[in-house]
Design a protein around this ligand. Structure first.
Ligand SMILES: Cc1cc2nc3c(=O)[nH]c(=O)nc-3n(C[C@H](O)[C@H](O)[C@H](O)COP(=O)(O)O)c2cc1C
Length: 357
């Protein structure tokens, strides 16, 4: 049994190998955390996982996917995050909390999923920004190509948000370079057709994401980890590939990146995803072997034995669950029972644990 072995992520002690994957809740009020986040975070902090990732959190207002997305683009957002997080932490056993810093790029300005998730129209819509004026799909607006001044604003936005996250008590950061959002749009040749120093060769396409990583790393506590979520492949011919991801991970490793959180897809509606259990595990393994970086495997990991084998085989150091934890927020309790591990159960609930475990 490896899933319940402790782990240290660049100085951050984790009780086991289970991570709550970042999950947008679309329930913020102008970027500010609300009572929904209090309930959600408290529930996830009670889950028995080792690390909670707060959802994609926008570094500038136009970087939100929806009007309901969380932000850290001003001090009001930071105060709300710090306050709600402090209250959630009082309701659960101690667990470190990480946060994902994001900019939605050309996939911003959409309705929340339960209102259809499509690009907004009319007065509630806003102009989207991207490396190049290439729309995500039919029905999506053509984004504005970022000029040097706006690139600087976004890079500074990442750094300022990183500083605010640290001040709010966040223990680790993840820079979102996946799922077709802004930094992934720079990486992929399908969305980045710039003719300047930020487009063209793979090295040039990696330049802005790496500058953002450096800015975040420099703005966050040196003794706390900063990692990156990647889309290991676009699943489209001519798009971003696993080889590209390994090259990016090598650059990130040289810059002090603590981990790579390995997902895929989201860049193009032409993607053909090979959706099967643990679909990203082989990518996580390849990145771990090739770069020596710690990896998180995510995606269709649903069974305790499956999660345990991923860690035991050395495919990944940590496993992240998203939908499985929404469905069963005590998945780690049940996995511990199945595998003979132990999790921190709040004392109020201990009588519910079968056989006094
Ligand atoms: C409700 C919901 C919200 C999500 N929000 C984010 C997010 O904020 N950032 C991110 O990188 N991935 C997000 N994802 C993707 C998950 O983190 C995860 O990678 C994906 O769901 C696959 O894992 P699973 O099979 O365990 O659900 C979200 C997924 C769900 C279901």
């Amino acid at each position: 049994m490896a899933l319940f072995d402790p782990y240290t992520l660049r100085g951050l002690a984790l009780a086991n190998r289970i991570v709550v994957s970042p999950m947008c809740q679309y329930s913020a009020d102008e970027g500010r955390a609300t009572d929904w986040h209090l309930a959600h975070w408290a529930q996830m902090l009670q889950s028995g996982a080792a690390l909670l990732f707060v959802e994609a959190t926008a570094v500038t207002p136009e970087g939100r996917i929806t009007h309901g997305c969380l932000g850290l683009y001003d001090d009001d957002c930071a105060r709300a995050l710090a306050g709600v997080l402090a209250r959630a932490r009082k309701l659960a056993p101690a667990m470190p909390v990480a946060l994902q810093l994001a900019h939605a790029g050309r996939k911003a300005s959409c309705a929340v999923p339960w209102d259809g998730g499509k690009p907004l129209r009319g007065p509630r819509a806003w102009a989207t920004l991207a490396p190049s004026g290439v729309a995500f799909d039919a029905g999506y607006p053509v984004p504005r190509a970022l000029d040097a001044a706006r690139l600087a604003v976004i890079r500074d936005g990442f750094a300022d948000a990183a500083r605010r996250a640290g001040d709010a008590g966040i223990d680790a950061l993840e820079v979102h370079m996946a799922h077709g959002y802004l930094l992934h749009e720079f990486l992929s040749p399908l969305s980045n057709v710039r003719g300047d120093a930020y487009g063209g060769t793979r090295e040039r396409r990696m330049r802005f994401p790496l500058e953002v990583f450096d800015a975040v790393r420099a703005a966050f506590r040196a003794d706390r980890p900063v990692g990156v979520r990647v889309s290991a492949t676009d699943w489209v011919d001519g798009g971003w590939t696993l080889d590209d991801t390994i090259a990016l991970a090598r650059e990130l490793a040289a810059r002090g990146c603590a981990f790579i959180d390995v997902s895929s897809a989201g860049l193009s509606p032409a993607q053909r995803v090979d959706s099967r259990p643990g679909l990203h595990v082989p990518f996580a393994r390849a990145i771990r072997v090739e770069t020596g970086l710690a990896t998180i495997a995510v995606g269709l990991i649903t069974e305790p034995a499956q999660a345990d084998a991923i860690v035991a085989n050395g495919d990944a150091d940590l496993v992240a669950l998203a939908r499985g934890l929404l469905w069963n927020p005590r998945w780690p309790w049940h996995a511990a029972q199945a595998l003979g591990g132990a999790v921190g159960v709040p004392p109020q609930y201990r009588r519910g644990v079968p056989r006094g475990r």
